[in-house]
Design a protein around this ligand. Structure first.
Ligand code: PTT
Ligand code: SF4
Length: 602
């Protein structure tokens, strides 16, 4: 479905079988749509940008953890391709309504709620909702449309075009780290409500039903299941501390003195309930009562970034900061980065504001100022990269981002493969495409090797390629060891197409090459391989605490691995896919266009 907010019109069209076979869905569809439809250099916050909600061929079926959705646009934070993955009833409802992707273009004249009920589309006045936080908005719309309606909304941060505003739903699911909430705000779109009543069309519905029943049962038998239900991603705090990768004080260190107090076992003591995405029987959202006696849903990234990274060691206080971020609609990872950056700038006296490490009250006030772009918050609302340009004094070397997207919660002073995974992630620093660090810690973290490069590509293909295109949650596979062999079977029952992991990997490579081409086309003469490097801090300032005291990355060796990575991907020394690579992947037109753009600045 294509929705034009300026004209208040919607139209539906079928896409070709070729599109489905080449790009699968989700991220693949989003990347193809953004490449085809965006004029190079378009302002991400202009009506011309597209906001894409994309499901995949497995989304919404009664299959394990299939309630996931990709939200994508040209990112206002990075200027490149941006997306995120959100667990939401919208994923299920839009498929039930008959849509695999929704492309939103233009800008509504006044605040609007887009309501899609099967074939009918309405543009509702949202003046009363504008200014409300995401929880209030959710309550308001849910009281009208019911508990299983698909609802996505933005908070004040998205309305105020904060560059790392994300999209929120169900009071605790958040997605679209690279400013997808700001893109939604720029279109005056406060919320989307989708209700579908149809059946999802499956090629072999009986097989699909049987596969679903069998695999939901199988998940329950996995050895890690019980512990996963107890802690979910929160178990990672202890692991990160033990292995000196817990981001601490703006990624200065990898160990935090209060790690235990903010860890999974401490969380269990204050946990009140559990929430999750639709269609999932391993629900992992840990709900706790926070310092303000309100409910907050905790995940590892939220707690590490708003806890150890800014020096707050009281879990209830961390939970309160997390809940406030959800209410405003701010990405917690970027938020923890910009606050940590401001705390370090304050310590180094680059700014006048006093924001001490661990300063809970100061952090909470700053979050509000960021959401409303007030005082120092105005600068920080543009992200760490921008703030570093403003503060100067070499602060760029400790502005913890790649390509403008702030780093997620793994310190890489002693993890070269994870650093390269951040460097080469297709949206800027995010662990989602290649969370290689657990494997790296197990197999020899000090090495810089070809094996590591291979592992990163293997993960990028499965996680960033398959799971983001399919579009289903990757956690059954990662956390419980749910076998990958199931997925081609699911795809066959859902679509009728026989496929193999070799073929799925090829789709992943195609999507990666296309996204890389998008970045190069957007950046033009500002494109450089330097954009694939992690922040200078990890090369220059060794850890001063913990078992790995003294560790830092080696730049020359990182470069060797980066070159290997380019070679294996079929990209040139600047990190640009070669004509041969693009043509081999069936992207002949992309090769032609890219050649034209590159020629302009060469
Ligand atoms: C994701 C990033 C993550 S990754 C976390 S916690 W994690 C943060 N969550 C936020 C939040 O919450 N509120 C908020 N205001 N900002 C937040 N920013 C951070 O966003 C999430 C789970 C998790 S919890 C992870 S790892 C897995 N991610 C998946 C993925 O990316 N793809 C996929 N196919 N399956 C995944 N399963 C898991 O989903 P982004 P969610 Mg998130 C409150 O969006 O932009 O991709 O960044 O979606 O529904 O909350 O589920 O330790
Ligand atoms: Fe959502 Fe967690 Fe289930 Fe994945 S495992 S679908 S993130 S509730």
């Amino acid at each position: 479905m294509r929705v034009n907010l300026t004209k208040q019109k919607a139209a539906v069209r079928e896409y070709s079988a070729e599109m489905a076979k080449s790009f699968l869905g989700g991220r693949g569809f989003a990347a193809k749509i953004l490449w085809d439809e965006l004029k190079p250099g378009v302002d991400p916050l202009s009506p011309e940008n597209r906001l894409v909600f994309a499901a995949g061929p497995l989304t919404g079926f009664a299959l394990p953890s299939s309630g996931k959705l990709v939200v994508a646009a040209k990112s206002p934070l990075t200027g490149g391709y941006g997306d995120g993955n959100i667990g939401s009833h919208v994923a299920v409802q839009m498929r039930k309504a008959g849509y695999d992707a929704i492309i939103i273009e233009g800008k509504a004249e006044a605040p609007t709620v887009l309501l899609i009920q099967d074939g009918a589309t309405e543009f509702l006045d949202a003046k009363e909702l504008w200014g409300l936080n995401t929880f209030e908005t959710e309550d308001n719309l849910r009281s009208i449309y019911g508990p299983t309606a698909g609802i996505l909304e933005i908070g004040p941060a998205g309305e105020n075009l904060v560059k790392f505003a994300n999209i929120v739903c169900q009071k605790g699911r958040g997605g679209g780290r690279p400013g997808m909430g700001a893109v939604m705000g720029s279109k005056n779109l406060k919320a989307v409500v989708i209700i579908g009543s149809g059946d999802l069309p499956a090629a072999y519905s009986k097989d699909l039903k049987e596969l679903g029943a069998e695999t939901y049962r199988e998940i329950l038998t996995k050895p890690n299941y019980t512990f996963w239900k107890r802690q979910g991603t929160m178990m990672t705090i202890e692991w990160s501390q033990e292995n000196s990768v817990l981001p601490t004080h703006n990624f200065n260190e990898g160990v935090f003195e209060d790690a235990e107090a903010i860890g999974g076992f401490s969380m269990e003591k204050i946990k009140s309930s559990q929430r999750g995405c639709p269609n999932c029987n391993m629900t992992c959202g840990n709900v706790v009562n926070d310092a303000d006696r309100k409910e907050s849903e905790l995940d590892y990234e939220n707690v590490a970034m708003l806890g150890s990274n800014i020096g707050v060691g009281d879990l209830k206080k961390v939970a309160a900061l997390n809940r406030v971020a959800d209410e405003f609609g701010l990405d917690t990872i970027s938020l923890g980065n910009v606050i940590g950056f401001a705390m370090e700038a304050s310590e180094k006296k680059l700014i006048n504001e006093k924001i001490p490490w661990g300063g809970y009250k100061a952090a909470k006030a700053l979050i509000k100022d960021i959401a409303y772009r007030k005082g120092l918050g105005e600068i920080l609302s543009e992200g760490t990269h921008f703030a570093a340009e403003k503060f100067g004094s070499g602060s760029n070397s400790w502005a913890m981002h790649v390509k403008g997207l702030e780093i997620s919660a793994y310190d890489c002073h002693a993890a070269p493969a994870m650093a390269l995974a951040y460097g080469t992630s297709p949206i800027g620093a995010h662990h989602k495409d290649a969370w290689v660090i657990s494997w790296e810690v197990k197999t020899g973290r000090e090495r810089y090797s070809e094996e590591k490069v291979d592992k990163i590509i293997e993960f990028q293909r499965i996680r960033g390629g398959f799971f983001e295109c399919a579009t289903v949650c990757r956690l059954p596979w990662i956390e419980l060891g749910f076998e990958l062999e199931w997925y081609p079977k699911f795809l066959h029952a859902a679509t009728g197409l026989e496929t193999s992991w070799d073929e799925l990997n090829r789709i992943a490579d195609r999507v990666y090459a296309l996204i890389r081409a998008f970045w190069v086309r957007e950046y033009g003469k500002n494109w450089s391989r330097d954009l694939d490097y992690p922040p200078a801090r990890w090369f220059e300032q060794p850890l001063t605490k913990g078992a790995l005291k003294g560790a830092k990355l080696d730049k020359t060796k990182y470069e060797v691995m980066l070159n290997m990575y380019y070679k294996k991907r079929g990209w040139d020394g600047r990190g640009i896919p070669t004509k041969t690579t693009l043509e081999k992947l069936g992207l002949k037109d992309v090769a032609k266009q890219l050649k034209k753009s590159v020629r302009l600045w060469e």
